[in-house]
Design a protein around this ligand. Structure first.
Ligand code: ADP
Length: 302
């Protein structure tokens, strides 16, 4: 991954000139709704092309370095739609801002068999070679990244179950410590002692999207699912599938097709809540105590 660094530009004008040629200008920029962390824009270029830009404060430039690395990893598998990254940078104009430029996904009508195709392509991504994505271990990623606005540690590990406990659950529990009573903290300690025995090592490691809910899937103009806004790392594919079920879920045909394409280990459903505990803890830390009962319901299962 490191050899394919995303181009960095010292200004937006410099990025446009370097990527598209000196004569090309931004004719207009239109806000795109939908994101909850960054400002998003469709930039119309003077040659008639559109590109997509995310912007944030210059202090938050690391969000875009991480997002670019994640999208590039998904693109590297070559099996599922994801926007091609053009570059990133920090522009000192208008008080200073960081930006990320990528291919603009033109929305299209869903093809027939959309959900089955999405499931097969996701399974293919989960079966892709992962060795290039982690330095010095099997699980993790080549750098830390973000899950929403929360930091996500990607220390290389040889064991999935230890990685999930130490790099996913423990940092979130630590961040959330003030939400819990002394009795609850004792339960959490016991939970963390037992969690490795109820999770399983996967048959093979998988590149995960990491934040796979419907808001991070777009329909491209090829009518198929495109993945955006990832929190990638190498882990157990079950963790991605679990997250799809957390906020509403996809239609049954998606799960049937996924299970046909990916040989699932027995009793996935008994592990699903433990994977989703990570996302619920992240929501507790980002959005507050409404998520506390859902967190404790899962902690109390062990
Ligand atoms: P945030 O990082 O703020 O959560 P998102 O990545 O979710 O932002 O993007 C905000 C919205 O912009 C998405 O909901 C989607 O509608 C749209 N979007 C994201 N990426 C692209 C793209 N490459 N091309 C066109 N539209 C996009």
């Amino acid at each position: 991954m490191k050899s394919e660094a995303v181009p960095y530009f010292p200004s937006l004008d410099d990025a446009i000139a370097s990527l598209f040629g000196g004569g090309i200008k931004i004719l207009r920029s239109d806000r795109v709704a939908g994101g909850d962390i960054n400002y998003a824009y469709r930039l119309a270029l003077s040659d008639g092309a559109y590109i997509f830009m995310k912007a944030n404060t210059k202090e938050n430039a690391s969000f875009f370095a991480a997002e670019a690395a994640g999208l590039a990893a998904i693109a590297k598998t070559g099996v599922i739609g994801t926007p091609h990254i053009l570059g990133r940078g920090i522009d000192l104009g208008r008080g200073g801002y960081s930006f990320l430029l990528m291919e603009f996904i033109k929305s299209g009508e869903r093809v027939s068999g959309y959900w089955e195709t999405f499931a097969y392509e996701l399974a293919a991504m989960h079966r892709a070679e992962t060795a290039n994505f982690v330095d010095g271990g099997i699980y993790g990623f080549s750098g830390d990244n973000y899950i929403g606005a929360g930091g996500q540690e990607n220390v290389p590990y040889e064991s999935w179950t230890a990685f999930f406990r130490d790099c996913r659950l423990v940092p979130q529990f630590k961040r959330a410590v003030n939400y819990f009573s002394t009795a609850e903290l004792k339960k959490i300690d016991r939970f963390l002692e037992k969690i490795e025995s109820v999770l399983v090592e996967p048959e093979f490691p998988s590149l995960l999207h990491g934040d796979l809910w419907s808001g991070n899937v777009m329909t491209g103009n090829n009518g198929k699912a495109w993945l955006i806004d990832p929190a990638v790392y190498v882990g157990h594919a079950e963790a991605d599938l679990a997250m799809t079920e957390l906020f509403g879920g996809f239609p049954g045909v998606f799960y049937d097709a996924y299970k046909e394409a990916m040989s699932m280990q027995p009793e996935y459903s008994s592990r699903r809540d433990f994977y989703n505990l990570y996302h619920l803890l992240n929501h507790l830390n980002l959005f507050g105590r409404t998520y506390l009962p859902s967190v404790m319901r899962i902690v109390n299962k062990l």
